[in-house]
Design a protein around this ligand. Structure first.
Ligand SMILES: Cc1cc2nc3c(=O)[nH]c(=O)nc-3n(C[C@H](O)[C@H](O)[C@H](O)COP(=O)(O)OP(=O)(O)OC[C@H]3O[C@@H](n4cnc5c(N)ncnc54)[C@H](O)[C@@H]3O)c2cc1C
Ligand code: SF4
Ligand code: SF4
Length: 370
């Protein structure tokens, strides 16, 4: 095996082994543009005339950037933990390291369009308007097909509002990076699930240079799984007669909750949705977006508040500044102990998904408690 691991190693150890989440970090890190992305399968692939599907001629000459960007390659979790916190996590830190709060936006608009407390929207608006970031990479909506998620670069309050809320199909938000960089953005925030927000940490730990530097702030979304696009026709339409363009909001709170344009509210049991689980999620060990600067989720007793985990020094500074500026309000996490217990339980469940045979994930630190 090469001591300079390249696409050939990434292909066998991550892409075809079942560890690949489809985060697209390898695609945006590749300086030779020989990696592309299959939006339907949510997987990267190597273009055939430059080494074939399973090898890369640039890799043979020493290029290792794709493996250095991948947040599932070899010792990724420990490297990201050390970069963010200077240490491996303790056994009890199943949901990663950080302090838990309940938060919500003080703006009525952000609260109305946000999925939970509109915290993520409030922070993005705050950072864009203060000039801390030039752009954010988020999950937007396809212009042609409603509810088809699509990576988006946003810069304005209107764009934050248009992309707020949660979709439960996969949006590889990092794929918006090239457009943001081409338009001159140097300071970017990434919003995304754990699979995406671990990438900038791993990239920085493995010194990928300017891509890592530009992806300066990460806002993670708690996540157990995403679903294939087929869920719209195969379940919602086939079993409930609901067309995707009728759905105005979705949430998952023990059941799939659907709000429809005509005012109806429909619940779909989660067990009916399991068959549509996206394959990239099946081995994912990270529920709580553990390497984000700040993570955000919707579990808990208070549906219009965001469960928020402040993880890093940068996250703490932004959180405090946003609070001082009055754009968010905050309650202690201890106001909802059930939410913290559920986060730890769901994190424990996810961490058990990392296969025994794989290197680098949570098995290195045995998980013993919820
Ligand atoms: C696929 C998915 C699964 C989730 N699962 C859970 C869960 O199991 N438990 C839990 O507690 N929380 C979960 N969340 C997080 C929750 O739904 C909210 O995103 C979170 O609470 C923040 O709410 P908010 O009102 O502060 O965010 P908002 O202000 O509404 O901002 C949400 C941000 O998420 C981005 N986004 C929306 N959909 C996607 C997508 N598909 N891919 C990438 N980015 C997207 C938007 O562009 C926006 O920037 C999940 C989110 C997603 C997207
Ligand atoms: S997990 Fe992400 S970086 Fe790793 S191979 Fe898959 S798409 Fe590429
Ligand atoms: S479960 Fe969520 S965090 Fe994990 S790979 Fe799937 S989308 Fe990413």
């Amino acid at each position: 095996m090469s001591d300079k691991p390249q696409w050939a190693e990434l292909f066998t150890e991550v892409v075809t082994s079942g560890l690949c989440t489809g985060c697209a970090a390898c695609v945006i890190a590749c300086p030779k543009d020989v990696l592309e992305y299959d939006r339907r399968g949510t997987v990267p692939f190597h273009i055939a005339d430059d080494g074939g599907l399973d090898n890369c001629t640039h890799g043979e000459r020493g290029c290792t950037l794709c493996t250095r960007a991948c947040p599932r390659f070899r010792n990724w979790e420990s490297e990201a933990d050390h970069l963010r916190h200077g240490r491996d996590r303790e056994i009890t830190e199943v949901a990663g390291i950080g302090d838990v709060y309940l938060t919500r936006a003080t703006s009525a608009d952000e609260l109305a369009t946000g999925q939970d407390g509109g915290f993520v929207s409030a922070i993005l608006n705050f950072l864009l308007e203060r000039g801390d970031i030039d752009a954010a990479l988020v999950g937007g909506l396809d212009e042609v097909e409603p509810w088809r998620t699509a990576p988006a670069v946003i810069r304005t309050r209107d764009e934050v509002e248009a992309t707020a809320g949660s979709r439960y199909t996969y949006s590889p938000n990092l794929l918006a990076y090239p457009a943001a960089a081409e338009s001159g953005a140097e300071k970017m925030a990434v919003v995304g699930m754990g699979c995406m927000v671990s990438a900038p940490a791993v990239m920085a730990a493995r010194k990928t240079g300017k891509t890592a530097r530009r992806l300066g702030l990460t806002i993670g979304l708690l996540c157990s799984k995403t679903f294939d696009e087929e869920i719209f026709d195969g379940l919602f339409l086939a079993a409930y007669g609901i067309r995707r363009e009728e759905i105005v909001k979705m949430n998952i709170k023990g059941v799939f909750q659907l709000w429809l344009a005509d005012g109806r509210y429909v619940e779909v049991p989660l067990k009916e949705a399991h068959a549509f689980t996206r394959s990239g999620c099946k081995n994912c060990p990270d529920f709580a977006a553990e390497h984000a600067d700040i993570s955000a989720g919707g579990i808990g007793a208070f549906s219009d508040w965001t469960l928020t985990i402040v993880r890093t020094e940068l996250g703490r500074t932004i959180f405090n500044d946003a609070l001082a500026a009055g754009v968010i309000e905050v309650r202690p996490g201890s106001d909802d102990p059930g939410a913290i217990a559920l986060m730890n339980k769901l994190s424990t469940v996810s961490r058990k998904r990392w296969p025994e045979w794989a290197q680098g994930g949570p098995r290195r630190i045995p998980v013993t408690s919820a």
